[in-house]
Design a protein. Sequence first.
Length: 502
Amino acid sequence: MENVLLEMRQINKIFPGVRALSKIDFTLRNGEIHSLMGENGAGKSTLVKVLTGVYQRDGGAIKLEGKEISPHTPKEAQECGISTVYQEVNLCLNLTVAENIFIGREPKKHGFIDWKLINMRAEELLKKLNVDIDVTKTLDHYSVAIQQMIAIARAVDVSAKILILDEPTSSLDEQETQRLFKIIRQLKKQGMGIIFISHFLEQIYDLCDRVTVLRNGELVGTYDVAALPKVELIARMVGKDLSDVKDFGKKEEKSIPSEDVFLEADHIGCTGLLMNMDVKIHKGEVMGFAGLLGSGRTETAELLFGIYSITKGQILINGKKLNIKEPMAAMRKKIAFCPENRKLQGIIGDLSVRENIILAMQAKDGMFCHIPYKEQVRLADESIKLLNIKVSSREQLMKNLSGGNQQKVIIARWLVTNPDLLILDEPTRGIDVGTKNEIQKMAIHLAKEKGMAIVFISGEMDEMVRTCTKLVVLRDRKKVAEIENDDISSENVMRAIAGGDA
């Protein structure tokens, strides 16, 4: 193929019990900005790690400029001409800008590092990218945006062929993003091949020439961005056919929200996290936050729970303005949050099921208000029965439970605090279909029978459509639509995410 820089053919990668990549084809041309897209777990990061030598492929071939390569380490990949700039800038804040750019490959003179040459070359390199700063200052003097530019300068100097940008704009504002895009376009004109990974849909259409879509470790297809409407791109990412968008499965009888508003977010935002979110959550309502990964769903939930502090707007609970600066303050106002990553943020594997269930209540009461063992047993046994948690006993270690039962224990932990608002972030991810249905029904039951307000976040549109009475749709970390009642459908959600572009 003419003008081909990189070819990856029939790439396979297998982890124990999981086929992460299955016969993936990917082609990058000279002077092209090519996006890799897909939902969480689609295989984007795995493919990049295979290319950069972090993982060894289990099948297939990689050719760079027509020659087969097989990098076994990131250093070998760099020597081939492939560099990566990650979402979290992996530079040293206590070193100077010049030192960061040339770390590990410092030019020497008479056996000593040539600092004068390092500083001069660093200045020249940054000026080519229209960055004019003092390279002798330590990195912590500069903003995240400038640090990102420095990381790119280092990558460009190391690699003259392929630059991989993994979520490079996640911490940048609009002005900083456009400055970065100007540099990326400049590198494109110089003939560099650029792989751009981002969950910001608008940025893909603003910057990229082609897009390759992965789903569940398989190749969906490669498309010219200009010829692919946004709504069709979303349909390919989530695995829906626009010609036949239907809500499958029997719909549960949904809850009917009360007229009473429990929580109102009045144009809240947080710098670099979320912009201008305006939402009312009623008692007895199951509200969904819908959108692609990175759209701001989890960030909104974390702001409501006080994990991050709002920098604009206000939150009202039962009509009273409150400044929720930490999770404990949210818990005192009867807000509960089941996080997305149960392994890192939820379970404590070496504690028993009983101990995991009473954790939130104990934290809320304080360490000096010990919950009597008899009460712990009662709460654990009631929760196990209520949520149908499959355990050998309440004293079974949490780490020995299945993923679905671990998820139920985390939900039980928050239910025993008797919350007025329960936030469920990806509560059904990685669990079996039967348990998924149980959790969906539980959310509806808590809203209908207990009058609890529920926020339900899921990457699976069908369960959002089945479960929620209202959907707030987010794109690029801001609210773009609100869909209610009979208008809730997979097609309407996808059109809203795409900005109405059919």
